[in-house]
Every structure is written in structure tokens, then in C-alpha cells.
Design a protein around this ligand. Structure first.
Ligand code: CP
Length: 319
């Protein structure tokens, strides 16, 4: 694997899932694979799970992780080719990226969308230029449009939790939030469901919340949440702001919050959320604290998933 920014960077998702589950059972199985190698984690936005699980994953492989809170401790990076840098940017990405590439064997970065300029956000300017100029493998720790480490952990969690000899029905449901949230987790989950192909996947959201077509793919869209949840084995709860009316909060309808009552039509569904979650806005306490919730398992699987990705990059493998 040369980079990890989307589902299309993975040759065989099922093999990568099995590798992650192997590392979950045997975290130190490849403890010297990354000996002498360094991994840089650049954060332009805060993180709890991604930041900690990726560092732990690197350590399990013998790598030295170094975190740089670029958003709060770094200076503004210029991304425009040919820019006359007489404004607020201090350093051009063409200069910074090769330096970072000379310090690290793998570079990881978390970026965030503006939610005001769709075209700019969806062109992933920082991520794409880091890939172009760093000269080392780049791993997305969440970008403007996708969150592949989260999505791999989501597929690992579904694969681990579902032991029946049939395909599970997986529903991604929009949930209310108090402020506009990026589309990346929902985009990414939809993309991975489509590329993985191991589930019958349905998306439900209010009118106006269609995901970008390149990520939603051919998944059925149902605007009635109760209808969508009929027979569901897994319900993935997530808010996202509008893609069409870009970055806008079009609805805060509390009836979309997932409750024990709204789970009734499901097949005793297990409930997922990437966290952090707004309790009693997106998901009710009774669901989060009840037997249906697998959110902690899902977050725990971030570690073995990141370890599988880093190991594939270190090995230069294709799964
Ligand atoms: N789900 C997720 O990416 O969590 P963090 O923002 O805490 O990393």
C-alpha cells in the first residue's frame, strides 16, 4: 500500500479486515516491523481517538510516532501555486512537505473542510499537495471529504459482530446536531460499503441531505427513517451538513434522533457512531448505554485497524 486516503487504496478490504482482527488478538505480532522508522502525525484539528489509536498502532509495530499540532502550534501554509506570499501564509507546502518527508517514513495528516467552499474542500488541497511533494506514503487521519481509518474500523466492527451466514443489512442514518458538521464520515462509510460490498447498504436522511454522488454510489436513499430501519442488523448514526446547500444546517428535527423506540422495526440492530456523539441530540442515552450500542467496540477497533494499515505500508503490500 502506497498511501491510505480512501477505500480505493486497499487491494483487498476483507484481507485488511482479517489482518486488523489478527492484530487485535496479537497486538505485538509484528513488534519489530517498523524498528528504526518514524511516523509523523500532523493535526490541523483536534482528535481523541485518531490521535491516540494511531500512535499506539505505530508503537505496536516498533515505530516512533511524533505528533505535531500544526493547526494550533504551526503557522499558515500556502497551498496556491505561484502565490505571491505577501499575506498571512508563512511557508509554502512545496517547501514544508519535502522537509516533513525527509524527517518521517510515513506522514499522516488530519485536515478539515471550510464548509463554505465546496469545490475547494472537495479538491482536498492540503492532502493532495502533501502527497505530491512529501515523497513518502501519506495516511489520512480524516480529510475534508473522507475518514478512511474510521471506515476501516467500521467494517472491522461489522465483520467482527456479525456471525450469520448471510449479508447484514446496514443502515446509515442522518441524525440532528446543533451545528454544521462535515460530510466526511458519512461519505467515507458510504464509499467503503460500496467498495467492500459485504452488506446490503441503505442510507436514510431528510430531504436536502444527499451525500456527494461519487461517495453515495448506488446505495438506496430512503427519506422515511422507520421504513429504512426495517430489518436492519446495524444502524450507523451520524450527522452531516448539506452537500447540495453546502455546509448548511437544513434541519434539526428531533424525530431523527435514534431512540429505543425508533429502533423497533430493526432486527435487534446494533448501533454504531464514530464518536464524539452529542447525547440526546443524535442518539438517546438509553440506546448509547444499552445493549444495542457497539460504539466502544467500534472506537477500540480504531487501534487494530490503524495497525493493519501501517503494517501494509511498511511491508509495501497490496491488501
Ligand atoms: N472518530 C474520530 O475520528 O474521533 P476523533 O475525532 O476523536 O479522532
Amino acid at each position: 500500500m502506497k498511501q491510505f486516503i480512501s477505500a480505493y487504496d486497499v487491494g483487498d478490504i476483507d484481507a485488511l479486515v482479517q489482518q486488523a482482527l489478527h492484530y487485535k488478538a496479537h497486538p505485538m505480532a509484528d513488534a519489530s516491523l517498523g524498528t528504526g522508522k518514524r511516523i509523523g502525525l500532523l493535526f490541523l484539528n483536534p482528535s481523541l481517538r485518531t490521535r491516540l489509536s494511531t500512535q499506539l498502532a505505530a508503537r505496536n509495530l516498533g515505530m516512533e510516532p511524533i505528533v505535531f499540532n500544526m493547526g494550533s502550534e504551526g503557522w499558515q501554509i500556502e497551498l496556491e501555486d505561484g502565490a505571491v506570499m505577501n499575506g498571512s501564509s508563512i511557508e509554502h507546502i512545496k517547501d514544508a512537505a519535502p522537509v516533513l518527508g525527509s524527517y518521517f517514513d510515513i506522514l499522516c495528516v488530519r485536515t478539515f473542510p471550510s464548509l463554505t467552499d465546496r469545490e475547494a474542500d472537495y479538491s482536498e488541497p492540503l492532502l493532495s499537495k502533501l502527497i505530491r511533494y512529501a515523497g513518502v506514503p501519506v495516511v489520512s487521519l480524516e480529510s475534508a471529504t473522507l475518514h478512511p481509518l474510521q471506515s476501516l474500523a467500521d467494517v472491522v466492527t461489522i465483520s467482527e459482530a456479525f456471525r450469520e451466514a448471510r449479508r447484514p443489512k446496514v443502515v446509515l442514518t442522518w441524525a440532528p446536531h446543533i451545528k454544521p458538521i462535515p460530510q466526511c464520515v458519512a461519505n467515507s462509510f458510504a464509499q467503503w460499503m460500496g467498495v467492500w460490498g459485504g452488506a446490503d447498504f441503505v442510507i436514510t436522511h431528510p430531504e436536502g441531505y444527499d451525500l456527494a454522488p461519487q461517495f453515495a454510489g448506488s446505495a438506496p436513499i430512503i427519506h422515511n427513517q422507520q421504513e429504512a430501519l426495517e430489518g436492519a442488523d446495524f444502524v450507523y448514526v451520524k450527522n452531516w451538513s448539506s452537500y447540495k446547500d453546502y455546509g448548511k444546517l437544513l434541519s434539526t428535527d428531533p424525530s431523527w434522533m435514534l431512540t429505543q423506540q425508533s429502533l423497533q422495526p430493526s432486527n435487534n440492530a446494533r448501533v454504531m457512531h464514530c464518536l464524539p456523539v452529542r447525547r440526546n441530540v443524535e442518539l438517546s442515552d438509553e440506546v448509547l448505554d444499552g445493549p444495542h450500542s457497539i460504539v466502544t467496540q467500534q472506537a477500540a477497533n480504531r487501534l487494530c485497524s490503524a495497525q493493519a494499515v501501517l503494517a501494509e505500508i511498511l511491508k509495501g503490500g497490496t491488501s
